[in-house]
Design a protein around this ligand. Structure first.
Ligand SMILES: Nc1nc2c(ncn2[C@@H]2O[C@H](COP(=O)(O)OP(=O)(O)O)[C@@H](O)[C@H]2O)c(=O)[nH]1
Ligand SMILES: [Mg+2]
Length: 406
């Protein structure tokens, strides 16, 4: 790749601005890095140009997860007083790295961006202008009018980005909530509620947990990375689902109980139907078949309810919860079996599976109430702080790149 490819002029979706009389001039740019030594000289060069041309008091905080690719030596050799490098040797992961950088930031505005030059540093003055005009959070966006992405985005990556954006819809209506390029006032972090760094989408986490409502999207040209490799893996995509689940619980705690409960109950019903069908094929008497199928379904539901639906209770005593679950589920099971068998005898036309569905549906509200208030009561409900930006440095739980979050 030639040096001209890295020239700011080639990445000009955003007009180069004159150094206007802007109040907001001091900026901490936080850049997480993992094997990006090859990109850093270009990034630093473009940020340096911005500092001079726009008269910005800009500090760069690189947070590297022990890449050992020459990043440390490069920063030491440059010896620039506005560039600092944090090397994290024990705790890894992109979001955790960004939070570590934000904890170190000292300027009024924080900007987060990738090291790979996908995000044009030249957009930063425009972001500052929008913050100054009263916006709380500014996204360097790929999907608003005037924005563009490099042509060679494969269908998979495009689709992936669109689906991920759609899934964030319950939390924010911005066009590019997945963006890794954004700016906000550092003071907003003081009100951030238990930031929990899971996966790649720290911007979305900040929007939800800081409760940003005035969000602007500045169109950028999102350039494809020219040097080095993307670290976005399939595992990260799964982690995104996990992240969304946590945000759902955070933002809609009541509804999320019901949604999770319904999801688990649906899988339980499938267990019920498979067992019932198999047993009836084996000519087991109906009442026995129904009793066994219902017991299997309710038995199946315990673990996912404990781990997912009522995950606040998963630190509670397992033996106690299981004993309560068995005792409390007994009347539910009896009611379900009685109803299903009654339907089978009086509802001559319907297949056995239909009766089983009706029986399961009828006892669902009772089972929900019992699980929620008897087996996994709100008494367990406590939110464990992961990273509190308002407080002093608290290390987040260890996260390793591309490995499941603990
Ligand atoms: N510190 C740190 N940075 C990471 C990690 N994974 C990715 N990054 C950085 O996060 C930014 C975004 O990652 P990238 O691979 O470009 O993802 P993509 O833009 O979605 O393809 C880049 O600057 C990476 O170097 C990680 O585990 N730790
Ligand atoms: Mg990137």
């Amino acid at each position: 790749m030639s040096k001209s490819d890295l020239n700011p002029a080639r990445h000009q979706p955003v007009q180069a601005r004159p150094a206007v009389a802007r109040q907001l001039r001091d900026v901490s740019v936080v850049v997480p890095t993992y094997h990006e030594a090859v990109n850093l000289p270009h990034l630093i060069q473009r940020l340096e140009a911005l500092r001079t041309e726009q008269q910005l008091d800009l500090e760069l905080i690189l947070v590297d997860d022990d890449s050992r690719d020459g990043t440390e030596e490069l920063v030491a050799a440059l010896a620039l007083d506005w560039v600092q490098l944090i090397i994290r040797r024990r705790h890894r992961g992109l979001s955790a790295a960004v939070l570590r950088g934000l904890q170190r930031a000292r300027k009024t505005v924080c900007v987060v961006m990738d090291a790979d030059l996908s995000h044009p540093p030249e957009a930063i003055p425009g972001m500052l202008d929008l913050l100054e005009a009263g916006q709380e959070f500014v996204i360097g966006s790929r999907y608003v009018s005037g924005a563009s992405t490099d042509e060679n985005w494969g269908l998979f990556r495009w689709l992936n980005s669109k689906v991920a954006t759609l899934l964030a819809w319950p939390f924010t209506r911005v066009r590019d909530p997945m963006a890794g390029f954004f700016a906000f006032r550092r003071a907003a972090l003081a009100g951030a509620d238990h930031l929990n760094p899971v996966g790649y989408k720290i911007g979305l986490e900040l929007i939800v947990k800081c409760g940003f409502t005035r969000i602007a999207e500045l169109p950028i040209h999102f350039a494809d990375r020219q040097l080095g490799q993307s670290k976005l893996s399939l595992k990260q995509q799964f982690r995104y689902i996990q992240h969304l689940r946590r945000l759902l619980i955070y933002k809609y705690p009541q509804q999320s109980f019901s949604l999770h409960f319904l999801g688990v109950a649906f899988v339980g019903l499938l267990v019920n139907l498979v067992a019932l069908t198999t047993l009836s094929l084996l000519s087991v008497p109906w009442s026995w078949a129904v009793a066994v199928a219902v017991s299997l379904a309710l038995g199946h539901d315990f673990v996912p309810h404990r781990r997912l639906t009522f995950s606040h209770a998963k630190t509670g005593r397992l033996s106690r919860q299981l004993a309560y679950y068995i005792m409390a589920s007994l009347p539910v099971a009896l009611l379900n079996v009685a109803l299903t068998v009654w339907l089978l005898h009086h509802w001559v036309l319907g297949p056995v599976q239909l009766a089983a569905c009706a029986g399961a549906l009828a006892v669902l509200p009772l089972h929900y109430l019992i699980c929620r208030y008897v087996v996994f009561p709100p008494l367990y409900l406590h939110l464990k702080p992961r990273v509190r930006m308002a407080g002093q440095t608290l290390e987040p739980a260890p996260i390793h790149p591309h490995s499941p979050t603990p």
